[in-house]
Write a protein that binds this ligand. Structure first.
Ligand code: DGT
Ligand code: CA
Ligand code: CA
Length: 586
């Protein structure tokens, strides 16, 4: 079992306990959720921690004895008895209901207790028959919303969040690389393009003749079902329901195959059209010179020109190598023709992180622990941006606690030489667009990140007004997770992005690309729009524990999909420049 599976089991235990709704479980629910959060952010697999020394688990904050035991149980047996027991007590379809936007454990409990609804099909039927409107706190509007959520759910079913697909794909690629005789094993497809959701994982392998690649691949411990097994292509289903295709290729055509199977389909079609106009043919085997058939013959001659590396393939059609993230046929081929491809921002360009939480609000680690990890990452600075008081469940800070924190930060800063902590807050934007902390407190901070955390059901105009009002206070530097979407779970709240960007420009506010894998908000096309409209973006992680700082790669690759360059991103700059820009905008 991978960390993600264990985290998911704990998340489900928490959900099931909450649906069961017994008062004495409130505390247990929280500790399971917390454990899931902690495990999700661990930099090392629980298996290797336990294999080294079982006591190693005790050093992980947020994992108590009973959870500790369950981790060991799952690593040993692949199962968790307590989880199985709860699943016997309650119908498993209830968990699927939780995947509907706007449906939480309380609602599921109500639907199950009052109408016996055990799954999505039954819920859809009940909503269509108008049976939900008479339940407490529900009405016709709720029915409509639930039907819409069901539609959305059906549309995205089967796709995996990028981070989750990677969590399964990375150990599998490492496993393939270790098979004797394997030369290369590379992910292709949407994963290599870093799309925010992944349909299936495509992996390409080159190897010495006769290497037992496919035999070993289908024996990967995480395989649940072998869908097809051949010498050059096999497909399996992992236990997580993620499908994986592996193709074994000739070294001579590795570049061509990597190009072909990286896609996107739209990019490939456009590239092939271009090649055709040049009298060439591009396939997964290479680039060929297509001589027309001589008179009297019905077959032309194909001369293999390139295919060993992707660079060779693009070169053969007269183009520079196009980074995978850009391959969506949204202008990248034209840009490449004119040698105008952007020089995309890279993970190593990021000098600091401007959005994170500590144990003072709803984070797991203390300020000092966050700092230590950021220094280890070779960052030059971080901003500490705990929640403000309106976000009650997150134990948000009031003015007094904010000021106390700034004093602590001043003290730490005076002891540090080449690292700087920026004093910040993630201040809540209230429904009327006002900010949740006093102006004179906000003015004392280095950076003010503002965000919407409540009442998502406004109209587009109301929501855009609300955020614009917050910008107009002149107290805000950055709007965090500007559309509020949760990938695969919650659609963005309605917001007029071009208008928001215009306002951002007017008030000198920047927009955040939140790298937290559930968010990736701004998304790729928003980033591109921001760049076109001249609004600077920050790439931050919204970390709730220190390992979350490593999520930065998801943000950077999303930014690359949005054509962003180093200069478009605030936190590629030194702390001096960052502070200058932050001060200049408020
Ligand atoms: P996904 O799996 O839905 O997240 O998206 P992809 O892009 O990984 O798509 P997938 O797995 O169906 O195929 C992998 C790549 O193979 C795709 O990006 C481009 C290439 N490909 C697949 N089908 C076609 C096709 O009909 N024509 C062309 N030109 N390329 C294709
Ligand atoms: Ca795929
Ligand atoms: Ca595929």
């Amino acid at each position: 079992m991978e960390n993600v599976d264990i985290a998911k089991t704990f998340e489900e235990i928490a959900d099931l306990l909450e649906i069961r709704g017994e008062k004495q479980d409130v505390f247990r629910v929280r500790s399971y959720r917390n454990a899931a959060l902690v495990i999700g952010g661990l930099p090392e697999s629980l298996r290797s921690i336990v294999e080294r020394d079982e006591k190693g688990l005790e050093d992980i904050k947020g994992i108590g004895t009973s959870i500790h035991e369950k981790i060991v149980e799952m690593l040993k047996t692949g199962k968790c008895k307590f989880h199985d027991k709860l699943l016997k007590e309650l119908p498993p379809g209830l968990l699927e209901l939780l995947e509907l936007s706007g449906v939480g454990p309380k609602k599921v409990q109500l639907l199950y207790d009052s109408l016996g609804i055990k799954g999505i099909e039954e819920l859809e039927k009940a909503a269509r028959q108008g049976k939900l409107r008479d339940l407490p706190h529900m009405g016709e509007k709720t029915e409509e919303k639930i039907l819409k959520a069901i539609q959305e759910f059906k549309g995205r079913k089967g796709r995996f969040r990028l981070s989750l697909a990677l969590a399964y794909a990375e150990p599998l690629v490492a496993y393939l690389k270790k098979i004797p005789g394997v030369i290369e094993a590379e992910p292709a497809g949407s994963l290599r393009r870093w799309k925010d959701t992944i349909g299936d994982v495509d992996i390409l392998v080159t190897c010495k003749k006769g290497a037992p690649v496919m035999d070993r691949f289908v024996k990967y411990p995480d395989v649940r079902e072998i869908i097809a097994k051949g010498d050059t292509k096999s497909t399996v289903m992992l236990r997580s329901n993620l499908q994986v295709d592996v193709r074994v290729l000739d070294e001579k055509s590795f570049g061509a195959a990597l190009q072909y199977f990286t896609g996107s389909k739209a990019h490939n079609i456009a590239l092939r059209d271009r090649a055709k106009r040049m009298g060439l043919k591009v396939s997964e085997y290479g680039v060929f010179d297509e001589k027309p058939a001589p008179e009297g013959f019905n077959q032309g001659t194909d001369k293999w020109l390139a295919g060993r590396s992707e660079e060779d393939v693009y070169k053969a059609v007269g183009l520079p190598l196009i980074p995978p993230e850009l391959r969506e046929n949204t202008g990248e081929i034209e840009a490449a023709e004119k040698d105008k491809l952007p020089r995309l921002v890279e993970v190593q360009d990021i000098k600091g992180d401007l959005h994170m939480h500590t144990s003072e609000s709803d984070g797991i680690h203390t300020l000092k622990e966050m700092i230590a990890y950021a220094i280890q990452k070779r960052y030059e600075y971080i901003a500490v941006t705990d929640h403000s008081k309106a976000v009650g469940i997150a134990h948000g800070l009031d003015e007094e606690r904010v000021l106390k924190q700034t004093k602590e930060i001043d003290k730490i800063n005076s002891q540090l030489k080449s690292f700087r902590i920026l004093k910040g807050a993630e201040v809540d934007i209230k429904t009327d667009g006002s900010l949740d902390l006093d102006a004179d407190v906000l003015k004392r901070l280095d950076v003010v990140v503002a965000a919407v955390h409540s009442k998502f059901n406004m109209t587009q105009e109301e929501m855009t007004d609300r955020i614009e009002k917050a910008m107009a206070t002149g107290l805000v530097n950055i709007i965090a997770h500007p559309t509020g979407r949760l990938v695969g779970v919650r659609e963005p709240y309605p917001v007029d992005m071009p208008r928001l960007l215009l306002a951002a420009k007017k008030y000198g506010v920047m927009l955040e690309l939140n790298s937290y894998p559930d968010r990736l908000d701004l998304n790729d096309s928003h980033c591109r729009l921001a760049k076109d409209m001249g609004v600077m973006v920050t790439i931050s992680t919204d970390s709730h524990n220190r390992q979350h700082l490593d999520y930065i790669r998801f943000g950077v690759h999303t930014a690359r999909r949005g054509w962003l360059e180093k200069k478009d991103v605030l936190n590629t700059r030194s702390v001096t420049e960052v502070l200058k820009i932050l001060r200049g905008s408020r």
